[in-house]
Design a protein around this ligand. Structure first.
Ligand code: PLP
Length: 285
């Protein structure tokens, strides 16, 4: 494979990404037993670092994993990786696993967590996606019941995204028991009658850092904002559909299962939120 030329952090060392190695007995490799984060960096400044760290800490607590660093420790790793890259915009990926141990499902008695972090250049979504919009397909949500934990066990998300790709789509719109949950790696937003509506923050979705950000942007742009369960018919008959994530920011979904969403073009709520999103990013310059 063609390795990115960036450095990474692995268990106390900074190395070229191609040189970083972990044990085959790492519980992240064997069981997917770990937690991760993805933090976007704009103009070389981490965006919403505190919120990402708080989510990471919550996820580690939920699975009884010791967080190896305090706030200053994580910030130091992030800043050193950003400094080691020339890219203006980046995204930092970090993960902590329960470490290396003899293969046994139960937690090992005293194992040091494996800590890994890397940076990648971040190409922000371009005009084709922003102005043309994305295609999505509906799918039954077949993931586990703790989607609120940002776990590295991502097989459910992998299969969901592959399902979309095989149909020439960009994302899935998932439903559990007939109600909207989220995309494979994004939160979803439905617009009906001018109100932006999101699925409740419960165990069935990951609360994206952009979830709270969308709520703030709605307030800033005077868009009514609501959180409630949405049935499939309400989603299919909506005026606008959008997704948010660290790497896709906020993007309109203009087709669902091959049918136009609303007018089939990015709508007015998206236009307002996109402008406010860009303004917040430009304020970091
Ligand atoms: N939901 C899932 C399942 C995700 O994997 C992600 C991001 O990867 C999100 C939502 C959006 O979260 P964020 O806005 O923090 O990127």
């Amino acid at each position: 494979m063609d390795w990115p030329q960036s450095i990474c952090y692995i268990n106390g060392e900074y190395l070229p990404l191609a040189e970083a190695k972990i044990s085959v007995l790492d519980r992240g490799f064997i069981f997917g037993d770990g937690i991760y984060e993805v933090v976007p960096v704009y103009y070389r400044k981490p965006f919403r670092f505190e919120q990402h760290l708080a989510r990471f800490e919550r996820s580690t607590r939920e699975i009884g994993l010791a967080n190896p660093f305090d706030r200053a420790g994580w910030l130091d790793v992030v800043e050193r990786l950003v400094a080691g890259s020339t890219a203006e915009h980046q995204f930092i990926y970090w993960q902590v696993t329960r470490g290396v141990a003899r293969r046994d499902f139960a937690f090992p008695a005293d194992t040091t967590p494996t800590v890994f972090a890397m940076t990648s250049p971040f190409t922000r979504p371009g005009a084709a996606q922003r102005d043309g919009g994305l295609k999505a397909v509906t799918r039954a949500d077949e993931r586990w019941l703790r989607c609120d934990i940002k776990s590295v066990s991502l097989l459910g998300a992998v299969l969901a995204r592959q399902f979309a790709v095989e149909q020439g789509a960009d994302e899935v719109v998932q439903f559990r028991d007939g109600c909207l949950t989220e995309g494979s790696s994004s939160n979803l937003w439905v617009v009906r009658g001018g109100t932006v509506i999101g699925a409740p923050r419960d165990r069935l979705i990951l609360e994206g850092i952009r979830y709270g950000f969308v709520a703030e942007l709605c307030e800033r742009t005077s868009l009514p904002f609501e959180v409630r369960r949405l049935g499939q018919a309400e989603v299919e008959g909506c005026d606008e559909l959008m997704l948010t994530s660290a790497t896709r920011e906020i993007l309109p979904i203009v087709s669902l299962d091959g049918r136009a969403v609303g007018s089939g073009r990015p709508g007015p709520a998206y236009a307002k939120l996109r402008a406010a999103y860009d303004q917040a990013i430009e304020a970091l310059r």
